[in-house]
Design a protein around this ligand. Sequence first.
Ligand SMILES: Cc1ncc(COP(=O)(O)O)c(C=O)c1O
Length: 374
Amino acid sequence: MNKSEANDYTIEAMQMSNLKHGGNIYSNAKKFNLLPSEIIDASASLVPFDPPQILIDSLNSEIKNLGFRYYPERNLSDLKEIIGKFHGINPDNILPGNGASELITWAGYEASKFGINIIPAPCFVDYERSLNCWNSNFIHCELPKNWNNIFPQTFPLHPKGDVIWITNPHNPTGQLWEKNSLEEIIKKYKLVICDEAFLSITPNGEKESLIPLTKKYDNLLVLRSLTKIFNIPGLRLGYVVGSSKKLKQWEINRDPWPLNSFAIKAGIDILSNQKFYGRWIKQIHSWINIEKKRVCEKLSKIKNLKVHNSSTNFFLIESGTSLSPNIRYLENKRILIRECTSFKYLDEKWARISLQSRKNNSLLCKEIQNSFKK
Ligand SMILES: Cc1ncc(COP(=O)(O)O)c(C=O)c1O
């Protein structure tokens, strides 16, 4: 897309882009006159359990101490310090953000300093939003539509361009990319933005993280989110790891207080307790391994439905015909799955499903099976 086309990105298009995300639970609850908790939301790929007690305690203590009466610390030094310790990275190379989404916006700012951005697709829609904010040029490159069940996989594309946006594991396909193949990519582009929003949630994912490579490559930015793994989309907490020079510039340009005091406190308390973190992650990985196998086996039995392999807590299904009637049927049963027409190179024959609790997965599978009988 060139700059003048990007300028045509009207307010209407921006409003539409809100609908491109999954997790529209409030608007759906309103539509069906339900509470959000009465809906099974398999359209947003979050851990379906209550957030850990340590996080609730952290938020309660912020209320008790009236910590929100003060402006949060501007330079976020305590949180940077904790994240730095957590990853073995200098705090100067870390910038916390209001979810990974805010940092995607700033990554777009960095990308706008170069020529052509490559977006492997289908992909998370927010990269495009960010690049449009800064009038940047970008092209989509199509990822192969079939892949095996062995993860990690070699990153399959090396298109010509200046900047590349990688998602590891990839959203919406759930492919986990192998670190060595990504290092080859880092050597070829002026800037590599690697979004690891789902990496901690992914069994065996952490080994493929590019965070250690930020010490070696100045042209690498790695984005992280705490949203998925702790089920805290409403808190807004993420961070980026990369060149301190770049991040300093973002700090100068961004809002003065992008993170609220609750998110800061929660981030510090969660990430400073490595013992708790290790236990939580182990539990989540075990849930994914067990439930993914069970759900995928059940859905694979449906005639004309292909279940695509995934390394993580969401996966794609592909039907021989449109899945729109199935999605509407499920909505009437208070179940949301992610329709895929807003993903480049996918259409109404595709949908993305995220894993739920065991009980809700059983219900989800049963209703998906029923939706094909209608
Ligand atoms: C690949 C990817 N990156 C980033 C995000 C945004 O994460 P956050 O909630 O931290 O803004 C999402 C949300 O769905 C995502 O799918």
